[in-house]
Write a protein of this length. Sequence first.
Length: 637
Amino acid sequence: MQNLMDNVIKALKGDTRIFADGKLLKNKLTELALKLDREILACLLSDKKIKETFFTEAETKKDKLLVFDKDKFIGFVNNKQFLPDSFTSFKNRIGLMSGGEYLKENDEVVLAWPYKDCVLEGGQDKEDQKRNEIFYNEVLAPDEIDRLFEEKALTNFKRIDAKGEHKLDHFTDSDNLIIKGNNLLALHSLKKKFRGKVKLIYIDPPYNTSSAANTFAYNNSFNHSSWLTFMRNRMGVAKQLLAQNGILAIAIDHCELFYLGVMLDELFGRENRMGVIAVVHNPGGRQDDQFFPTAHENMLFYAKDISLATLNTLGQSDEKLSEFKFTDDYGRYKLRGFRRSGNNSLKEERPGLYYPIYYNPKQNKIALERSTIDYVEILPNDEQGIQRCWRWGKETLMEKEQKYILVKKTKTGYDIFTKERECDYVGEKAKTIWDKPHYSGQSGTHELKSVLGEKNFSYPKSPHLIIDVLKITTSDNDIILDFFGGSGTTAHAVLELNRADGGNRQFILCEQMHYVETVTKERVKQVIKNNGNGSFAYLELKEHNESFVSDIKKAETTKALLSIYEKMKKETFFRYEVDLSKFDSKDFAELPLKEQKQVLLECLDKNHLYVNYSEIDDTTYKVSSEDKKLNKEFYEF
């Protein structure tokens, strides 16, 4: 992409007031811009890209006007470390900013980083692949992304159920989906059909860690900034898919935890942060860590609107049910002291809950007043004589005493207990530390191996962990989205929970790595086969320039690349600034093969990696009549 500063210098080069010895005098240009100098404005308007960036159209009843954003222009001109393709300040700093100042200069903050205003398409499709990512700038280069976010045509449709793979001839509203293709573009393709309908987004994105577990394999000098841009692009559109009572759960380790948290505070609102969970995935700790052996990962929970969000319990566990050891006419129960202990248990803290209870041992009755000498006074004083208080007020006590109160004789008198009943137990609340053994990474690997028969995926999550996330965040008919589909653990968990509780939860998985066909799809297919029911629709974003990307990567000789190039000239779209004549010269042939590939890859217009749905009738893309029918059914329901 051409640097916008080059455009500015080229447009203004004829104005001798702002150049000396061939160098731009930024202070003088700033002065003239502040004065809205006519000659300067005329020069700037002569360049289309400058005009789109720093001028805004406005209308009156009679005329159309252009408004010059002089503050934006002056800030741009005076940025000493201007980034190519980006309007973000401070090339070598990442930090909390507000109004162009860092935290030490201002109390109200947002997270700022290089290329924050850009789009990172993220086209990696193999685990060991390194990419020098191209950044697209939404503000400064609209011509680079004008088509990028349009809905994409779909192809290679399949219906997969317990009997195997079949031709997909129609969609249903309750279809589970696995979509192969770039997850950013897939999310934008889902907007029309699923906007505001997804109850839970669970994702386990690449962590960008320094360890061997780093799956964010984008090879550029802004790895940390790239990761933030990569995530922000996707979280921005993902939020649009969430229902108003929807919840985001995102797994992350410590490397990006703080930055991700601030970024999500910015996108979702700090007030919508529900909690940060520690998940013990390696109880023994990772012993190759330099300081503290890592034993846990994190899950961040955010609500779309926290006033509408609710969490369920984890349900009735066998361990908890075993605690109800006693039985009476009302069923099973366990005992809990009726006298409060711990915080807020003192008489002076809750004086309304400090009162005498009178107990008649002969009749096994309690009362709030002593009617005969047979009644014994019981006060909520502990063994040290400290005045504490009861759990319930007087009215609640007398209302529930028959079913829920038990008085037992002790060495020093009598003590009162509540009967916590099994029939009232709906399950325990999820705490901030999740440490069940079957949450471990080892359990995740074992579960995947038990389905596919071999270890063929690194660091799979445990389906038991995802099942518990589903339990607390979803109900029977909710939609669950995972756009880092990985090995398919989320789909596995949805199917297992539906089988266990009779629910009809619906999953949508997006995955761009090639293992989606050999691992993700095959795992979900096998789980359905094992369960004897369930199905999903498999579909892919239809490739155009992306197919040439694959061919270029596979080429082993210059001759093969030139052959691909000849085909590209007939069928593909090049970036607008590419000079095609250079490929007819000897210069290209003299480049090393690796550089030849890079040149061809950079020439491709990334807006055309996939076919846009709006162009499925264009014969260039050879979309079959069957695919057209299914595309229209998917997008125009």
